[in-house]
Write a protein that binds this ligand. Structure first.
Ligand SMILES: Nc1ncnc2c1ncn2[C@@H]1O[C@H](COP(=O)(O)OP(=O)(O)O)[C@@H](O)[C@H]1O
Ligand SMILES: [Mg+2]
Length: 442
C-alpha cells in the first residue's frame, strides 16, 4: 500500500522511514520533502514528490488530493501544524482518503494558546496562571498587576502559530514592555500576536509526551526531553530544538500513567464533547514543578526533533497504528506506554541536531555537507538539505541534519551518536555537545 507524508523536515524523514518498515507499505511519498529523503539504500521505498511537480500547498489542496486519489494512496500523514491549521486534513477526508492528522477546527488546541488555556481551565488541568491581553495598553496594565502577584520573570506568549518563536521571557519591567512592543508596535507576528497571554513563570524540568489518538483512545510513545537553547548548558537563544533524549528518568511510569489519565484523556474527551474529535498526534509539553506537573502547551503534531529520537525505538508497525487511528480503532492495539522491554538491547536514544552557522537568526546556507556516508551507528535524518550541481548535499536552512543513535542506556547512545556527529562536516556547523547529559546526571 502507498502512503503520503506531507512536510519537509527531519520529522517527516523519520516518519517516512518508520512507515517504510511496515511490510504492508510498498511506497512512501514525501511531499514536498527534501534532497536527502529519497531513499537509495535501505528499503528503497521512500520517494520524494514535489521536486519536479510543484503542488500548491494552499487550500483547497485540489492538486494534491486529486493526485493522491489517482495514485491510490491508502494513508496520508501530515507533519507540520501550519498544514493542519490550513485544513489539509479536512481536504483529504473530504476526498475519502484516510488521514492521520487533525481537522482544522481541532487544530485550535495548538493554533490558539488561549483556546488551550480555556479548555484546561474548564476541565481542571494544572497549567501556569495567565491573563489574556489584546492591546499594548492592556498589556502594560496587566504586566504591572501580574508581576505584583507573581514577580519576575514573566512569560509572554503570542496566541497564534509563530513557528516556535512567539514566546518571550521577560526578566524586568523594561523587558516586558519591550516584548509588548514586539507584539503590538512592531507587529512581528502579525495577527498571530494580536492576542497575547501573560503567564506566570514555571520553574522546573520540561518533558514532552506524545501520543497517537483516534479521539477516544490514546497510545503513548516514550517521553523525551528536548534541548531548546542553542548552546551547551542551556545558554544562548531559543531554537526549534537542538537535541533530544529518551527515556526521561525523572518521569516515572506512575507519573506517566497519572498524566495520561488526568491530562491527556480528559483533553481528548473534552475535545470530542465539543465536536472537535482528534485524529492524529497529541503532544503535551509539561513542566515538572515543585507543585507537580503543569502543562506548558499542547501541540497537535509530532515534535521535531522529538520524533527523530522516539520513532527509532518504536517497535510496532506505525502504518498499522495510524491506519487504526483513522478508523477510530486504536483501542484494539495494546501498546506499552514506555519501551522498557527487558529483552530489548535498545532502551535509550539520543538525537543531535546539526545546524547552520548563524542559526537561529540568520542561517548561512549552501555549504557542502561532507561525511554523511561515513556514519556508522546512527540514523541520519535530513531537514534543510539540497543538492548542488555536482550532486553533493548542501545546507539549505537552519537545522540541516539530525542524527539518532540507540543504545542499552543513554551513555551508550550518547557515545555512539557523537562518534558519528564527528564524521560530518560543513563550514560553520553548530551542534550542542551536552545532549542527554541532563538525563544521565539525574
Ligand atoms: N509558563 C512558563 N514558564 C516557564 N517557561 C515557559 C513557560 N511557558 C513557556 N515556557 C518556555 O518557553 C518554551 C516555548 O513555550 P511554548 O508554550 O511551548 O510555546 P511554543 O512552543 O509555541 O513556542 C517552552 O518550551 C518553555 O521552555
Ligand atoms: Mg513548545
Amino acid at each position: 500500500m502507498k502512503v503520503l507524508v506531507l512536510g519537509s523536515g527531519g520529522r517527516e524523514h523519520a516518519l517516512a522511514k518508520k512507515l517504510a518498515e511496515s511490510r504492508r507499505v510498498s511506497r512512501v511519498f514525501v511531499c514536498p520533502g527534501n534532497a536527502g529523503i529519497p531513499e537509495t539504500a535501505g528499503s528503497g521505498k521512500i520517494q520524494r514528490k514535489g521536486l519536479f511537480n510543484s503542488f500548491s500547498m494552499s487550500p483547497p489542496f485540489a492538486e494534491l488530493t486529486t493526485w493522491a486519489k489517482a495514485e491510490d494512496i491508502k494513508l496520508v500523514v501530515i507533519g507540520p501544524e501550519d498544514y493542519l491549521s490550513l485544513g489539509m486534513a479536512d481536504a483529504f477526508r473530504q476526498a475519502g482518503i484516510p488521514v492521520f492528522g487533525h481537522s482544522q477546527a481541532a487544530t485550535q488546541l495548538e493554533s490558539s494558546k488561549l483556546f488551550a488555556k480555556k479548555l484546561m481551565k474548564k476541565i481542571g488541568i494544572p497549567t501556569a496562571k495567565y491573563k489574556e491581553i489584546n492591546s499594548f495598553e492592556e498589556g502594560m496594565k496587566c504586566i504591572g498587576e501580574f508581576s505584583y502577584s507573581y514577580g519576575y520573570p514573566l512569560v509572554l506568549k503570542a496566541d497564534g502559530l509563530c513557528a516556535g518563536k512567539g514566546v518571550i521571557l521577560a526578566h524586568t519591567p523594561s523587558e516586558a514592555e519591550a516584548a509588548l512592543q514586539v507584539y503590538y508596535k512592531e507587529k512581528r507576528f502579525g495577527k498571530a500576536g494580536q492576542t497575547v497571554l501573560v503567564e506566570e513563570f514555571l520553574e522546573g524540568r520540561e518533558v514532552s509526551v506524545m501520543a497517537l489518538t483516534d479521539g477516544t483512545c490514546l497510545k503513548l510513545l516514550p517521553a523525551s526531553e528536548d534541548h531548546k537553547r542553542l548552546l551547551d548548558d542551556d545558554r544562548g537563544p531559543n531554537t526549534g530544538g537542538m537535541g533530544v533524549y529518551t527515556p526521561v528518568a525523572f518521569l516515572s511510569d506512575e507519573d506517566l500513567v497519572h498524566l495520561e489519565k488526568n491530562v491527556l484523556m480528559p483533553v481528548i474527551s473534552e475535545m470530542q464533547k465539543m465536536g472537535l474529535t482528534l485524529c492524529g498526534l497529541l503532544y503535551a509539553g509539561f513542566m515538572k514543578t515543585s507543585g507537580g506537573y503543569k502543562v506548558l502547551e499542547f501541540n497537535v503534531r509530532f515534535g521535531d526533533p522529538e520524533t527523530q529520537c522516539v520513532l527509532p525505538l518504536f517497535e510496532e508497525d506505525l502504518f498499522e497504528c495510524m491506519l487504526l487511528a483513522t478508523r477510530g480503532e486504536l483501542a484494539s492495539l495494546a501498546l506499552k506506554p514506555n519501551l522498557a522491554k527487558e529483552n530489548s538491547s535498545s532502551l535509550a536514544a539520543v538525537t543531535v541536531v546539526l545546524a547552520s552557522q548563524g542559526y537561529p537568526l540568520n542561517p548561512i546556507t549552501n555549504r557542502v555537507i561532507l561525511g554523511v556516508e561515513n556514519v556508522q551507528d546512527s540514523e541520519v535524518f535530513h531537514a534543510a538539505t539540497g543538492l548542488n550541481k555536482e550532486a553533493k548535499f548542501v545546507s539549505s536552512g537552519g537545522r540541516v541534519l539530525s542524527l539518532t543513535a540507540k543504545g542499552a542506556n543513554l551513555q551508550e547512545a550518547r557515545e555512539r551518536v557523537y562518534a558519528d556527529v564527528k564524521k560530518i562536516q560543513f563550514e560553520g556547523m553548530q551542534y550542542r555537545s551536552d545532549i542527554a547529559l541532563k538525563g544521565i546526571e539525574t
